[in-house]
Design a protein around this ligand. Structure first.
Ligand SMILES: Cc1ncc(COP(=O)(O)O)c(C=O)c1O
Length: 466
């Protein structure tokens, strides 16, 4: 074999079939697989802690090693995954990634593959339109919500504070995802510039507290510049009161960023525009297609109302790109921190075109309905105390018992329900109280699994409380 990295046509075909068979077997098994299976996972992990091999290994042997490594995990692709924020991983995105990697074209610079770069640009602009942003807005695709948020904070900082920004202050609620303070620190803000604001009885940011904090900081000579509003918190799916926050942001000259990583795509559902009213007026929006569009992990987006603001903070120049700098712009490389990267636009574009938007809309509608159903069922059982009506597709609840007892029994309930391996739930703390949560978001989760979750909760709660 003169060039071992370039297999023959026959070998390529055999390899491609072997991988396709492996993947299709995985997908066929999803319905029956346990919702999690980590018995022996540590020992298995240790077998992968190994030196790089000098000699080749046949692909079938490699796939045989991968199979148990995939199995010994939380089954984040399966219908029973109701923990954290699921998505499932629409298969069409895997096909897109396969095409993108195998053809290996470069889209960071528009001139290098104009039509492919346009596919990514178009897909990103679809996201802007879906969120109601006007012409002139721009979207960039990132690897996830955390990186979108980092780009958002840097963009807002540059737009509102310029280069000397140590006295800048940013505001968000106690329910805001921790990627926001993380982004703020990475963007150069000291912790003293971060204001964590209280929430109301439905865990939404209190506009009065925001206003008081802005006025106080102003009076101290600081520069309030950014407020982050939640469009679906991770804990409970709470949506902050965007219209009131927007009015305050406008009055005080703050940039308003929406963390819609989880909740944003519910705008596609009937009534969604009303539910997320105000998101269309934000200065920037974090969206995670790997959550609400059910794509595999690794696709986030940042949408910016005035797209030029992205270029202001990211654009740099160099003589070695002079051949491909069209009308002063490189393309995406001028709007993001990245230069060389994957063609991730295809994993958004291909599923949307292949399935059509209506399919996604229907799925999202079903998830809202399933969460409301689970809420009603648990609320009708005296053993449960529900935190709130679901604002989106998260149901948060506790055992109904004195606080100490409920906090002690909650983890046992979670363990027993998850131990049945039909569904997989996760927990959190709300105002210091142990709280379980069901997040219905995977496109593979339908009524049967949510019924199983509710039934398991009822039976195990009965066993614990009597
Ligand atoms: C509301 C919210 N914002 C931001 C993030 C961070 O997104 P990512 O995990 O894609 O970095 C998450 C992740 O779960 C989230 O739920």
């Amino acid at each position: 074999m003169p060039f071992p990295l370039e297999p023959s046509a026959e070998e390529l075909e055999a390899q491609t079939r072997a991988v396709a068979d492996f993947v299709l077997a995985q997908l066929r098994g999803l319905e029956a697989q346990p919702s999690f299976d980590t018995d022996g996972a540590e020992a298995l992990r240790a077998t992968f802690d190994e030196p790089v091999p000098e000699q080749p290994t046949p692909l079938p042997a490699l796939l045989a090693r991968l199979e148990p490594a995939v199995a010994k995990s939380f089954n984040t692709a399966g219908p029973g995954y109701l923990a954290y924020i699921p998505g499932g991983g629409v298969y069409a995105a895997a096909l897109a990634d396969f095409v993108a990697c195998a053809t290996n074209r470069y889209v960071g610079v528009a001139q290098a593959a104009p039509a492919l770069a346009q596919i990514e640009e178009t897909a990103a602009s679809w996201l802007c339109r879906l969120m109601g942003l006007p012409a002139g807005s721009r979207g960039i695709l990132t690897t996830g919500g955390s990186l979108s948020t980092l780009a958002a904070v840097a963009t807002a900082r540059h737009a509102r504070l310029g280069e000397d920004f140590q006295d800048g202050v940013l505001y968000f609620s106690e329910e805001t995802h921790y990627c926001v303070p993380k982004a703020a620190r990475l963007a150069g803000f000291p912790r003293r510039g971060l204001r964590v604001l209280p929430t109301d009885s439905r865990l939404r940011l209190e506009p009065a507290a925001l206003e008081a904090a802005i006025r106080e900081d102003r009076a101290r000579g600081l520069r309030p510049f950014l407020v982050v509003a939640n469009v679906g918190t991770t804990n409970t799916g709470a949506v902050d009161p965007l219209p009131q926050i927007l009015a305050l942001a406008r009055e005080h000259g703050l940039w308003l960023h929406a963390d819609a990583a989880y909740g944003g795509f519910f705008r596609l559902t009937p009534g969604g525009e009303q539910l997320l009213r105000g998101v269309e007026a934000c200065d920037s929006i974090t969206l995670d297609p790997h959550k609400g569009l059910f794509l595999p992990y690794g696709l986030g987006a940042l949408l910016v109302r005035d797209g030029e603001r992205l270029a202001d903070v990211h654009r740099e120049g160099a003589s070695y790109v002079q051949d491909v700098t069209r009308s002063g712009s490189l393309g995406f490389a001028d709007l993001t921190p990245e230069l060389s990267r994957d063609f991730r636009g295809l994993r958004l574009w291909l599923p949307l075109v292949l399935h059509g938007l209506a399919a996604f809309r229907e799925q999202l509608e079903e998830k809202l309905a399933l969460a409301r159903w689970a809420h009603r069922e648990l609320a009708g059982d005296a053993r449960f105390e529900l935190v709130d009506e679901p604002q989106l597709s998260v149901v948060a609840f506790r055992l109904r018992a004195p606080a100490d007892e409920a906090d002690r029994l909650g983890p046992l309930l979670l363990e027993r329900v998850n131990g049945r391996k039909r569904v997989f739930l996760s927990s959190t703390k709300l105002r210091g109280r142990y709280t379980l949560r069901i997040c219905v978001l995977s496109f593979r989760t339908h009524a049967d699994r949510v019924r199983d979750a509710v039934e398991a909760l009822r039976q195990e709660a009965r066993a614990l409380l009597g």
